[in-house]
Design a binder for this molecule. Structure first.
Ligand code: COA
Length: 396
């Protein structure tokens, strides 16, 4: 019989006499999946990632339709509230003085993700946003990030911070606060489309991090700061900056095949290809390829990218026949972000900025039906034992 405090017999056992503990320690044959791969760790109604069929749905709506007919503000409201609004507005927020002075204090060499994480953290301290999280907190935090990232990007090159224009949407406002001039509408629309594709992707590592933090009834800023930390890691934060470098290295399409063969033969990864979940063409890549096609000044870059993609897919299929490796979102994200004039070292933080809608939606969902997330672990260390005699003797 389990003891009274234990709700699940599999996890808990009756009190055991200490003399029997050492003998009992190692026996644990419960299933374990490294990286939690294949483990269902929660339930969500926010997004469906259907890797086998190459589908991504936000609250049931296909990503392609959302990119074609929606705005990031509408998509964010959909993620937060579950309902599609006919119209939605989200404008960049003015930065609290404490956020500006924190960004000013960072070294210009700081990683933009560190700057964004610091800004979110200071906002949390300033705003006093506490448990339970709310959709208004989500709106305020999501609106802070374009101003914060643009401010850091300017401060690190010695320029002054540009205050937000409250008339502008987040994508337009970000480019304005970054460059000091209004972007072309087509560029702003392309960035908005990128924001939509990057807004949400279910139980990835950073989103799960945000949910774990929320499950302790910690505040939204702490959850999002943790999520940014998780996204910063190269296994998650993506590789669009690297895609640009690779295309520059390849130089021309006729060099692509040899380059791809040499890269794979060296055991290296080609950035912008492969995915843990998708076994079909990443639907976000398809949506962003269409967006890139509609951007002015992209013709040469895009022609090269499309041709290189064909070659790489062919070489991957030949050299990695046991694995279905298709184009992922990063390949065409790189094209769009490059096309709107962002420097590659801002790509990852721009992704983080867009992901705020999804992270905060998951924070709200977790808080709405909360249970502390505290998995078990299999103990593989030594059985119970006594300290060596010499250590006990030394203490006198
Ligand atoms: N280029 C070359 N080989 C690749 C590859 C790529 N982009 N992606 C996967 N592979 C190969 C691996 O080398 C491995 O081959 P092996 O079995 O002969 O050793 C096999 O496919 C399985 O790789 P694994 O890392 O186990 O697959 P995964 O599904 O866990 O990997 C990624 C997913 C995203 C980590 C991986 O595809 C990758 O590193 N891609 C490049 C980085 C990138 O674009 N990241 C952005 C993701 S949105």
């Amino acid at each position: 019989m389990p003891s009274k405090r234990c709700s699940r017999p599999v996890r808990c056992s009756s009190p055991v006499e200490p003399s029997r503990l050492a003998a009992m320690t190692p026996a644990d044959d419960r299933p374990y999946s490294p990286g939690l791969e294949g483990v269902v760790a929660g339930e969500t109604s926010i997004a469906l990632v259907d890797g086998a069929n190459g589908r991504l749905l936000y609250r049931g709506y296909p990503i392609g339709e959302l990119v074609r007919d929606g705005t990031y503000a509408q998509v964010a409201e959909l993620l937060w509230t579950g309902a599609w609004p006919d119209h939605a507005e989200l404008h960049p927020a003015a930065l609290p003085e404490a956020v500006v002075s924190t960004l000013r204090a960072l070294p210009p060499t700081a990683h933009p993700m560190d700057a964004l994480r610091s800004a979110v953290s200071v906002w949390g301290a300033e705003s006093g946003a506490k448990w339970p999280p709310s959709a208004d907190q989500a709106r305020a935090l999501t609106a802070l990030t374009p101003s914060a990232l643009a401010a850091f990007a300017r401060l690190r090159r010695g320029d002054e911070v540009i205050p937000p224009d409250p008339q502008l949407d987040l994508a337009t406002g970000f480019l304005y606060q970054l460059n000091g001039e209004r972007p072309e509408p087509a560029a702003a629309r392309a960035l908005d489309a990128y924001f939509i594709t990057a807004a949400e992707h279910s139980f990835n590592a950073s989103t799960f991090t945000a949910r774990v933090i929320t499950s302790t009834r910690s505040d939204m800023a702490s959850a999002v700061a943790g999520a940014i930390g998780a996204l910063k890691g190269p296994l998650h934060g993506g590789a669009p900056g690297e895609v640009v470098n690779q295309l520059l290295e390849i130089g021309s399409v006729d060099r692509a095949e040899q380059w791809a063969r040499d890269t794979i033969a060296r055991g290296e990864r080609i950035m912008g290809f492969g995915h843990r979940v998708y076994r079909a063409y990443d639907p976000r890549a398809a949506a962003l390829r269409d967006v890139a096609r509609g951007m002015s000044g992209m013709a040469d870059w895009l022609e090269t990218a499309v041709a290189v993609e064909d070659v790489v897919l062919r070489v991957l299929a030949e050299m990695k026949p046991d694995r279905v490796i298709k184009t992922n979102v990063e390949f065409y994200a790189a094209a769009v972000l490059q096309g709107v004039g962002l420097p590659p070292d801002l790509f990852a933080a721009t992704f983080a900025m867009a992901r705020h809608a999804g992270w905060t939606a998951h924070v709200l969902e977790q808080a709405g039906a909360n249970r502390l997330i505290r998995p078990d672990v299999r103990y593989v260390g030594p059985a119970e034992r006594s300290l060596p005699k010499v250590a006990t003797a030394a203490r006198g």
